[in-house]
Design a binder for this molecule. Sequence first.
Ligand SMILES: Nc1ncnc2c1ncn2[C@@H]1O[C@H](COP(=O)(O)OP(=O)(O)OP(=O)(O)O)[C@@H](O)[C@H]1O
Length: 241
Amino acid sequence: MDDHAVLLEGVTRTYGRGATEVAALRQVSVGFRRGSFTAVMGPSGSGKSTLLQCASGLDRPDAGAVRVAGRDITRFGEKELATLRRDQVGVIFQAFNLVPSLTAWQNVILPSRLAGRRPDPSRVRELLRRVGLAGREGHRPAQLSGGQQQRVAIARALFGRPEVLFADEPTGALDRGTGHEVLALLREAVDAFGQTVVMVTHDPEAATRADRVLFLTDGRIVDVLERPSAEQIGMRLGGRR
Ligand SMILES: Nc1ncnc2c1ncn2[C@@H]1O[C@H](COP(=O)(O)OP(=O)(O)OP(=O)(O)O)[C@@H](O)[C@H]1O
């Protein structure tokens, strides 16, 4: 059995038609091993977000397969996709999808409640503290800043300990200290709990926390570096701009 948590095979995603056609992903094949941490980098518009959306089942490729735990999710119907997102795949995206009528605490535990699990209150408290929301557990999204709402979404995604966690610029809107804490949480998810993390980032420092960095250009993976230094990443990005 292969040990890929997620495997993309020849994934192509094209937006628009005719003159406005954009190939966001072109025949991308890449595997994410169980218990690995991958950073995805590349210029604006290179297809990073599209890669995450297709890999997590939020978007459907035009061609190719996306296997999560061996099953091709591009063939899933809405119901199977909903179950996948509830049980196996966590997403930290800019669109937070928090429930406005629920508090930060309630938002964090909601997916677990829906899955019929009984949330451990001390873990909810600990996670909210680590993302810098101690004292704001009872606030509703409208009472929180954009960055704070994103942190609730981060805590929510981590709380369910999904097998795979996709994060699109999770530290982009955060202050340095909270950004470090979020990266530590992602690293811990991999090292302590064997989860698989795939993170899009523009920040070379953040990417050094990953085991491997993929570089995208024009919808293709053009390079892969194992455990690179920030300098190596900077040079790689600089040379392609
Ligand atoms: N819904 C959409 N409709 C049309 N074109 C889209 C859509 N989403 C993305 N694209 C196009 O596909 C290409 C890849 O976009 P994507 O968001 O994946 O890039 P990215 O590398 O994540 O960029 P950024 O770093 O700016 O977030 C871009 O040219 C973008 O304009």
